[in-house]
Ligand binder design. Structure first.
Ligand SMILES: *[C@@H]1O[C@H](CO)[C@@H](O)[C@H](O)[C@H]1NC(C)=O
Length: 396
């Protein structure tokens, strides 16, 4: 195999480009956009987090002659997942004797790899740890871990890994997982309680207002969205992005804030990680705290005869944690649109975070959601349900 070395002469300085194998497979993740893209694993090792093909800098790289496992989980345990092998050869992939592009390797019948959830233990003493991921034969590939309150039917927080993969996040809308192992135990389907019409009725019933009153849940942005805790765009594969649409990873978030500072925060954190020269990935915890009050009354999205469930959190928070240096920073956003004067929840230092303060991030703008940047050590005395992690300083 020839490894051509290309030399450019620029002014009098010569610049040598490292030799590259022209035969390896170099696939931009932006070419893998549809939900029926399988999960790819380097075939030299067992199926694991380590052999899962990631897209550092937005590209998947395979060596020439490397074998690749193609996996389409079907959302069941104890069933062999349909798996085949393809080979990277001369920059293309050989599948069943034919040369193909990776984007043309698909799951059967245009199906997306199907995720499942399972309860794997406990968190914060009494709450359930629910893992969301893909079952691949006897290996479970965990993508999101949710610390879930089975009484309120709301996650306390989720945990996920954010690495340097740059994903092209599809903007198309897809349904939410709410059946099978994704089912939330409520007397009715959780999908229905999030509709704007139902929110209006539920809130007005709690407040003793006419059911169609629009002073709280109105038109435009005046409603609670199914706010993702772990963001969709923190994942690489379309099927991973899709699995974020589940109720172990969601809580009612005021739409204006969801589309305001929270959205900018998610994008800036992703950018911060992608551009870092000191670490390869961070652990992200995203959670909820407190109950929003309207007219001094606690707001729930489910108000049944015997249970109040799915409380509207007063705050959303997000910890970014770099596990090697053990540095962390916590962002807290107010989620009560009626509390115009939000007291500072911590000694906020957003102004010192150059990577965050640019663009549209406006932490003092009440229309976009008042946001604070806090030290973990200060905030854990105020929000006791933060995960217990060892923190040695702020991640700046
Ligand atoms: C969660 O709560 C529901 C309803 O109270 C109950 O039926 C179910 O057994 C609980 N699940 C777990 C894993 O504790």
């Amino acid at each position: 195999m020839l490894n051509p070395v290309i030399v450019f002469l620029i002014s009098s300085a010569s610049l040598t480009i490292p030799s590259v194998s022209l035969n390896k497979c170099n696939v931009p993740i932006s070419s893998l956009r549809t939900y029926d893209v399988p999960l790819f694993f380097h075939a030299g090792a067992k199926i694991s987090e380590k052999s899962f093909v990631k897209a550092r800098g937005g590209r998947m790289i395979f060596r020439d002659k490397e074998n690749v496992k193609v996996v389409c989980p079907i959302g069941k345990t104890n069933v062999n997942t349909v798996t085949k092998r393809i080979q990277c050869l001369n920059s293309k992939f050989v599948d069943d004797g034919q040369y193909k592009d990776l984007k043309d390797i698909k799951c059967q019948n245009s199906r997306s790899p199907v995720p499942i959830t399972k309860v794997v233990g406990h968190c914060k003493n009494a709450f359930l740890t629910v893992s969301v991921g893909f079952q691949i034969d006897d290996v479970f590939l965990n993508r999101i871990e949710s610390c879930y309150d089975n009484n309120t039917r709301l996650p306390l927080y989720t945990k996920s890994i954010l690495d340097k993969s740059v994903s092209t996040c599809p903007t198309g809308r897809t349904g939410w997982y709410s059946t099978g192992t994704f089912r939330i135990m409520l007397p009715e389907n959780i999908e229905d309680i999030y509709t704007i019409e139902r929110q209006r009725q539920t809130v007005n019933q709690l407040l003793g207002l006419p059911l169609n009153d629009q002073s709280f849940i109105g038109d435009g942005h005046m409603y609670f969205a199914r706010g993702h805790l772990t963001p969709k765009c923190d994942f690489t594969y379309p099927s991973e992005q899709r699995l974020t649409h589940n109720y172990f990873n969601a809580a009612p978030q005021w739409q204006q804030f969801n589309a305001g500072n929270w959205k900018v925060l998610e994008a800036r954190i992703k950018d911060f990680v992608t551009k870092s020269t000191t670490f390869d990935y961070i652990v992200v915890y995203t959670g909820t705290y407190g109950i929003t009050k309207f007219n001094n009354i606690d707001i729930y999205l489910y108000n049944g005869q015997n249970i109040h469930a799915v409380p509207v959190p007063q705050y959303f928070w997000k910890i970014i944690y770099e596990p090697i240096s053990k540095k962390a920073t916590v962002f807290v956003i107010n989620n009560n649109p009626k509390r115009i004067k939000t007291q500072a929840i911590c000694t906020s230092f957003c102004d010192t975070l150059g990577w965050l303060m640019k663009a549209a991030f406006q932490p003092r703008n009440i229309m976009k959601g008042i946001t604070f940047c806090c030290a973990y050590t200060e905030l854990i005395s105020i929000i006791p349900n933060l995960p217990d992690i060892k923190v040695l300083g702020s991640l700046l």
